[in-house]
Design a protein around this ligand. Structure first.
Ligand code: OGA
Ligand code: NI
Length: 197
């Protein structure tokens, strides 16, 4: 476990973009993916910004994914296993890097074929509580022609990261602009933020 945490943290320290393959075990990734599939089939996934039609309409030009927030109150075994893993990671991150993270939020995310998320920064303009962004992918056998890469911009360079199964990507929410390129296949993930209050 600590080896995989170190892998994510060390690559982050090296060039501001942490990447760890196999951050999620194959079984946890498969179980979370099954949860997400069930949520999709029962129409539980919604566009971000729900409740405000104007915001949703504006948002759809920027992003076309649909989401569902994870919550320990769901008493779902696999969601709780995911939160246990995140609790361990945050304890490790805080003890080794003095990051002072006090909370987090995570949602399931599904991009249907043709969906995208245009270039953006994750921190809200009026709220600086999101410190680190973290994405974990749930897509077995992702191929180059499937598209849907996470593209991160840094110093006139761009890094394209394929959303392959179990991989985690970690970066500072206020710093790095990034986008999700159009996906040619259904693309699933868990996306979240580590926060200070
Ligand atoms: C986001 C985001 C990246 C990805 O949800 O804010 O940038 O690869 N996601 O899904
Ligand atoms: Ni983002």
């Amino acid at each position: 476990m600590e080896k995989i945490f170190d892998c994510l943290i060390n690559s982050f320290i090296e060039d501001n973009i942490g990447i760890a393959d196999n951050f999620l075990s194959i079984s946890l990734a498969a179980n979370l993916k099954e949860n997400l599939n069930l949520l999709f089939k029962s129409n539980k996934l919604l566009s971000a910004g729900v409740g405000n039609n104007q915001i949703i309409t504006q948002n759809k030009l920027i992003r076309s994914d649909v989401i569902y927030w994870l919550d320990r109150k769901h008493n779902n075994q696999h969601e709780n296993a995911f939160f246990d893993l995140m609790d361990k990671f945050i304890f490790y991150l805080n003890s080794t890097c003095y990051t002072g993270i006090t909370g987090y939020e995570f949602h399931y995310t599904l991009y249907e074929t043709g969906a995208f998320y245009k270039k953006h920064i994750d921190q809200f303009q009026n709220n600086g509580s999101r410190q680190y962004s973290m994405v974990m992918y749930l897509n077995a056998d992702w191929k180059i022609e499937d598209g849907g890469e996470l593209c991160i911009y840094q110093n006139d360079e761009q890094l394209n990261i394929s959303p392959s199964n179990g991989k985690s990507v970690f970066f500072k929410s206020s710093d790095l602009a990034h986008e999700v390129l159009v996906t040619n296949k259904q693309r699933m993930s868990i996306t979240g933020w580590l926060k200070v209050n």
